[in-house]
Design a protein around this ligand. Structure first.
Ligand code: GDP
Ligand code: IMO
Ligand code: MG
Length: 447
């Protein structure tokens, strides 16, 4: 058995959905631990495309339990639509379990998210407008509505009447928006509660039970390391902790139970929304990557910003998440390029810099230092083993692994399950080697 976390090593949309679905084949339980319907995870199976926002990407396997953990925020309307859509396609959601302590996104969260973005003008974050930040803010402010509150009609009525009247002051006085009708919202959410009730449990018990029974558990991150509230490019981040550590808090799992962390990274970089992005390409090449990679947001339909692979943030993701191995996706998107650049470090104020500055304003001043590698100029979408890859593609992958100092366990060359090379067992492969003790202490002494 193994408990494995799959995380995004960049700014989201790395292909976590595809990789989680692929690994779910040998998982008994798949768990989402943070984020909400801001996520959009795409899975393509036999030509059919599934776009999941909240339901874990293990749902396509009938015998896999799928858990939405306590660290997520749940928009019941979107979740119910997602359940209905899957059922219509013949995918059973019987095995879906929802944490009773996850927080609920309410209509006022969406309204406040959108209105506050508008108010910020040129300082906007470029959120998905799905109410994520305001839902987490209410959780911290201790005025959030949890799934278990939805399950108790009398208590919910009382709690929501107070909260909606409070939020109406903000909506009308701060944002000039019409107030919400408490009765209407309460009735609507009581309806959602009845739909979700059969799925609601204390998921931490289920997860612990699965661990005790030596079952394989996959923890599916949403968003990515650089969008993490604490470790990302603040303030241009989301409001949760997508990093591997978030899996413990967001499920009630002890850190000693984690066996492995798999980092998913594209062979280039994308970002949706505002914020620094040193390797971003604005001209023809950026558009080429966007077209070839079909880089249109799954959740908002916005065009993703595209740029070269950035090994500075890659190394950072390895460190912050304790990544054991990598899944490199969308290598095929680079197939036609004559040459490919990789950012190996930044230059700021004339000085070389190996780590990204934590101040967003300074980060925007970083100039990438590139190493240029030759392209391969042939399609790789049919490759199913490393031997099938052109030499230059192999060299490119080796270069990325060297820069990131972790092995590549999976290479993805297309959206479908079969367009994948498994280089080494991503779940049971060796733990990442650390420096020998002598060299660690030497570097500590010289620091
Ligand atoms: P996630 O949010 O990390 O799950 O990623 P998204 O699903 O938002 O975006 C990744 C997109 O790339 C999806 O449309 C996938 O179907 C697609 N995709 C995943 N892996 C590959 C790949 O190796 N090659 C290509 N061309 N597309 C891929
Ligand atoms: P997946 O799981 C890419 C970005 C938004 C915005 C910032 C804050 O599909 O990788 P939010 O609505 O969360 O308050 O927006 O985070 N963002 C994502 N970008 N992929 C995602 O999810 C994202 N979820 C949020 O674009 O910049
Ligand atoms: Mg996505």
């Amino acid at each position: 058995m193994a408990n494995v976390i799959v995380i995004g090593a960049q700014w989201g949309d790395e292909g976590k959905g595809k990789i989680t679905d692929l690994l779910s084949r040998s998982a008994d339980v798949v768990v989402r631990y943070q984020g909400g319907v801001n996520a959009g995870h795409t899975i393509v199976v036999k030509g059919q495309t599934f776009k999941l926002h909240l339901i874990p990407s293990g749902i396509l396997y009938p015998n896999t339990d799928c858990i939405i953990g306590c660290g997520t925020v749940i928009d019941p309307e979107v979740l119910i639509t997602e359940i209905d859509q899957l059922e219509e396609l013949g995918i059973s959601t019987r095995n879906l379990l929802i944490s009773e302590t996850a927080h609920v996104t309410m209509p006022y969260h969406r309204l406040i998210d959108q209105a506050s973005e508008e108010r910020r003008g040129s300082h906007k974050i470029g959120t998905t407008g799905r109410g994520i930040g305001p839902t987490y803010a209410d959780k911290s402010e201790r005025i959030g509505i949890r799934i278990l509150d939805l399950m108790e009609p009398e208590g919910l009525r009382e709690q929501l009447e107070w909260t909606i009247n409070y939020k109406n002051v903000i909506l009308s006085k701060l944002y000039n928006l019409p107030p919400l009708d408490p009765k209407e919202v309460i009735d609507q959410y009581l309806g959602y509660a009845e739909r979700l009730r059969p799925h609601v449990v204390d998921t931490s018990v289920k997860i612990y039970d699965a661990i005790q029974r030596r079952r394989n558990i996959l923890f599916e991150g949403a968003q990515g390391t650089l969008l993490d509230l604490d470790h990302g490019t603040y303030p241009y981040v989301t409001s949760s902790n997508p990093v591997a550590g978030g899996a413990c808090v967001g499920t009630g799992l002890g850190p000693t139970m984690i066996d492995r962390v798999i980092g998913v990274a594209k062979a280039y970089t994308t970002r949706v929304g505002e914020g620094p992005f040193p390797t971003e390409m604005h001209g023809e090449l950026g558009e080429f990557l966007c077209d070839r990679g079909a880089e249109i947001g799954t959740t908002t339909g916005r065009q993703r910003r595209c740029g070269w692979f950035d090994a500075v943030i890659g190394r950072y993701a390895v460190r912050i998440n304790g990544i054991d191995c990598l899944a490199i996706t969308k290598l095929d998107v680079l197939d036609e390029l004559e040459e490919i650049k990789v950012c190996v470090a930044y230059e700021i104020d004339g000085e070389r810099c190996e780590h990204f500055p934590r101040n967003a304003r300074r980060f925007t001043l970083c100039q990438p230092i590139y190493k240029t590698l030759p392209g391969w100029g042939v399609s790789t979408t049919h490759c199913r083993s490393l031997e099938d890859l052109p030499r230059q593609a192999l060299d490119y992958l080796k270069f990325l692994a060297e820069l990131m100092e972790v092995p590549i366990a999976i290479v993805s060359l297309g959206a479908s399950r079969d367009q994948t090379i498994i280089v080494e067992d991503p779940i049971h492969g060796p733990k990442r080697a650390l420096l020998p003790v002598e060299s660690t202490s030497a570097s500590l002494l010289s620091a």
